[in-house]
Design a binder for this molecule. Structure first.
Ligand SMILES: [Ca+2]
Ligand SMILES: [Ca+2]
Ligand SMILES: [Ca+2]
Length: 307
């Protein structure tokens, strides 16, 4: 028994030596960043961003709950459409902290109803062209957290990537999309602000939790899948650092940690999105600032396509 216990400690010690905490390195793109919206267009609370294409970006504001469609306007982005968001029953003010555009539509991560703000109510809402959600999933399996410390981040990863890289669920079973009828063609990754953990769900009639893993940050504010890896960003609680994660031996594990670009203000960066298109070796990157520092809630920069 005693030998067994010592053996376990030896394995733990070895695994700590084998995977030290990632030291942050320089942002893998230009250090230059710029404001990317007009003055005082959004106000506070712009909290999630997602590219639908190189020329269309969706953004959510968590209060009052608002969805924006943005299009390029010179070197900045302008509001092309704007609508209030409600739950499926047409009621409420969902505290929309994250958004992701997928081949199956637009999905928003919500931590509570602002009209009932003392109650934590983690959900994913799906939107079509209207203000009312067209589908709604409660997110189980998360720890009890402060109502404003819940799901802050959302991304979507296609089944093709997950199966190609041998993703396994937390029971050790290799992911087979056929085991989750009606879930579409990918899984939803939701970041919990309070713990920095990422929860992986298949959205069937109910949200089925498959796995959870650490983002590499104490807290997480947005997630972005770029086709080959997952990005996780933290706000000014972690100096705007990002991590990248990829599947290794079935699990998502941190592969790098980066400091924010040196010219990006250390502000409340709750949204992060990467353009799908590579131009002259760079991808456009957008950040949203919930604090609307200096009257701007959007900032742009670049990422090396090889980064
Ligand atoms: Ca927010
Ligand atoms: Ca909130
Ligand atoms: Ca924040």
């Amino acid at each position: 028994m005693r030998i067994k216990v010592i053996g376990v400690f030896a394995v733990l010690a070895l695994s700590l030596v084998a995977s030290p905490a990632q030291a942050a390195t320089t942002w893998p793109g230009d250090s230059a960043t710029r404001t990317a919206d007009g003055s005082n267009v959004f106000g506070k609370n712009l909290s999630g961003l997602s590219f639908e294409s190189a020329n269309v970006v969706w953004a959510v504001k968590n209060s009052p709950s608002t969805l924006y469609r943005l299009v390029p306007s010179g070197s900045t982005w302008k509001v092309d459409q704007k609508r209030s968001l409600h739950y499926q029953d047409g009621q409420g003010d969902p505290d929309a902290e994250g958004v992701v555009s997928t081949p199956e539509g637009l999905f928003v991560a919500v931590e509570r109803d602002n009209d009932d703000g003392d109650v934590s109510a983690p959900k994913i809402l799906k939107y079509g062209t209207g203000s009312n959600a067209v589908a709604e999933w409660e997110l189980g399996g998360m720890p009890e957290v402060d109502p404003n410390d819940g799901p802050e981040a959302i991304s979507w990863v296609p089944d093709s990537y997950l199966t190609r890289n041998g993703f396994t669920d937390d029971s050790g079973r290799t992911y087979d999309p056929a085991d989750y009828p009606g879930h579409g063609s990918g899984l939803f990754f939701v970041g919990l602000e309070a713990t920095g953990e990422v929860y992986v769900y298949a959205l069937q009639g109910e949200a089925k939790l498959l796995a959870k893993f650490a983002s590499g940050h104490a807290q997480v504010m947005d997630l972005e899948f770029d086709g080959s890896k997952l990005w996780a960003i933290c706000d000014n609680n972690c100096n705007g650092q990002t991590t990248t994660l990829a599947i290794s031996s079935g699990k998502f594990r941190v592969t790098a940690k980066y400091n924010r670009p040196s010219t990006l203000p250390n502000t409340n960066l709750e949204g992060f999105a990467i353009s799908p298109s590579c131009v002259n070796g760079k991808k456009l990157v957008l950040w949203s600032d919930d604090d609307n520092k200096d009257g701007h809630a959007l900032r742009s920069g670049s990422l090396n396509c090889s980064g």
